[in-house]
Design a protein. Structure first.
Ligand code: HEM
Length: 478
């Protein structure tokens, strides 16, 4: 079989020293110019296939989605340790257990009918807290990281347990430490990859392995705290009351005979797929939004004009306002494109030899989807490093249709059988937070600044902004 385009690299180490390990997607973007949209990268003896263009990514995820819905288990030591031997939705093979777990979670975070009302009620409760915290800063410069994190994490906790936590509570602190350590220790091809390829390095004081051990301990503690809390909440449930908690649905499924589920599935789904994936992505995105918006006064004024016209100041935002607020939706799309918080998506693996854009991706390959490149490809996007919601608007100010090339080239949640489980939830939360903040505040730059250019963001499993401060000035509304 013909080799995929690649750079030779060094003997033994291969491409290890050529890849910017703190931001691999930037190196892969550069290489796309020479190697094309489908190429391979070798780190020691382990090989990845990188797909970069919209056409290649769409062909793999959608047109040939079934061939690419697997998950790699080779050279994946870090994920294996963190996910109880690949027991969560993100890492399970596309089998019956995966289907079952996805279905249970989907039902509980569904975003239509009564599900939508519940998400809306939970989110607005949390947003009320966010607004009060912002007001409490009395227009002084502050870092919004913790309060954003608290708001987003508590939405997940409310869905999971029917209970929220303050930032002084032990569970909150543990989850925050878990997330911040994990997004660095588990990045797809950055630091720590050596442990995937050479697991025996753990016997020689490997730094990433020490971090992994701390993460395993934190995961266990979070799991125990969540279980304890669930039992406490069980006692508070009134006779005949509808139990809508995701935790209860998962526990019921576990106790069904022949379900094929074990405690390790629940432990990894709850801690990683729900608490971690549901919090890390959205909280980093919203944090970045505040950084961006504090420097884009013109965008902010347009958002405020729209929210004032459609909602006014007498009532809170609701999800049904979305359809009447194209500028807010366009800003949300632009935020997802510009920041590309999951730059290399999640690892996929191919079941069989599959031709992508005329190149054969061998069976069993670990595939990285360079969503970052697709979202910043200079051959497609005009001025990709400028924040311009207008690229998602038509000349008459309406939102461009879903079939417009700009919408098609936006795939922040992936696509196909392994599309993000929380897409609808994430989009709804983003809309509610952005519109509510714009209704209440002018967001101005604070005393500490950090770059918001996507090329300068900090690396990890998700991209994030370095610490910064803002001033939240309450708007004087009539
Ligand atoms: C802005 C927010 C979010 C972004 C940008 C995002 C992005 C992604 C991406 C790119 C994937 C991989 C898709 C693929 O491989 O084709 C993914 C998968 C996943 N996401 Fe999200 N996500 C977000 C929010 C959430 C939330 C809120 C949850 C929790 C409810 C969540 C849970 C998951 C899970 C469990 C998977 C694995 C799905 C599977 O393999 O079947 N994500 N996400």
């Amino acid at each position: 079989m013909k080799c995929l385009p690649h750079y030779r690299g060094w003997p033994v180490f291969r491409n290890l020293f050529q890849v910017r390990r703190e931001r691999p997607e930037l190196t892969f973007s550069e290489w796309t110019k020479d190697l094309g949209p489908v190429f391979s990268v070798k780190l020691f003896h382990s090989q990845f296939v990188v797909l970069s263009s919209f056409e290649a990514i769409y062909e793999a995820l959608v047109t040939k989605g079934n061939s690419f819905s697997g998950k790699p288990t080779k050279n994946a030591f870090r994920a294996e340790v963190m996910t109880d031997q690949f027991s969560n939705i993100v890492r399970l093979q596309a089998n019956q257990t995966w289907k079952k777990l996805r279905l249970i979670c989907h039902k509980k975070i569904k975003i239509y009918d009564t599900g939508m009302k519940r998400i809306e009620a939970i989110s607005m409760n949390m947003i009320q807290f966010l607004v009060e915290e912002f007001k409490g800063t009395n227009q002084t410069s502050f870092n919004p990281k913790d309060v954003i994190y608290n708001t987003v994490m508590n939405t997940m906790m409310a869905l999971l347990l029917g209970k929220t936590f303050s930032k002084d509570e032990e569970l909150f602190k543990k989850v925050m430490e878990f997330e911040q350590t994990l997004i660095r220790a588990l990045s797809p091809s950055g630091r720590g990859t050596e442990l995937d390829v050479f697991p025996w390095l753990r016997f020689f004081g490997n730094k990433t392995y020490k971090t992994l051990k701390r993460l395993v301990e934190l995961k266990k503690q979070i799991w125990e705290m969540v279980m304890e809390e669930a039992s406490r909440q069980d006692l508070l449930l009134k006779e005949g009351e509808d139990d809508v908690r995701l935790m209860s649905a998962l526990k019921d499924a576990l106790s069904e005979e022949g379900s094929g589920l074990t405690e390790k599935h629940l432990r990894s789904v709850i801690t990683i797929d729900i608490v971690l994936a549901g919090t890390a992505t959205t909280s980093n995105l919203l944090y970045l939004f505040l950084n961006i918006i504090s420097r884009h006064r013109a965008v902010q004024m347009k958002l405020q004009e729209e929210v004032d016209r459609i909602i006014g100041s007498d009532r809170t935002v609701c999800l049904t306002d979305k359809g009447d607020m194209p500028y807010t939706q366009a800003t949300q799309f632009e935020l997802l494109r510009y920041s590309s918080v999951t730059p290399l998506a999640m690892h996929q693996s191919s079941f069989e030899d599959t031709v992508i854009q005329g190149k054969t991706v061998p069976a069993g390959s670990t595939v990285l989807l360079n969503l970052y490149h697709m979202h910043h490809d200079e051959d497609f996007w005009e001025n990709p490093f400028e924040f311009q919601p207008e690229r998602f608007l038509s000349d008459d100010g309406g939102l461009i249709s879903a079939s417009h090339p700009n919408r098609c080239h936006l795939m922040p949640f992936g696509a196909g059988p392994r599309v993000c489980l929380g897409e609808a939830l994430a989009k709804s939360r983003l809309f509610l937070v952005i519109a509510s903040l714009m209704q209440k505040f002018d967001i101005l730059p604070g005393e500490v600044s950090a770059p918001c250019d996507p090329r300068l963001l900090e690396h990890g499993m998700v991209l994030s902004s370095a610490p910064f401060q803002i001033v939240a000035k309450e708007r004087l509304l009539n």
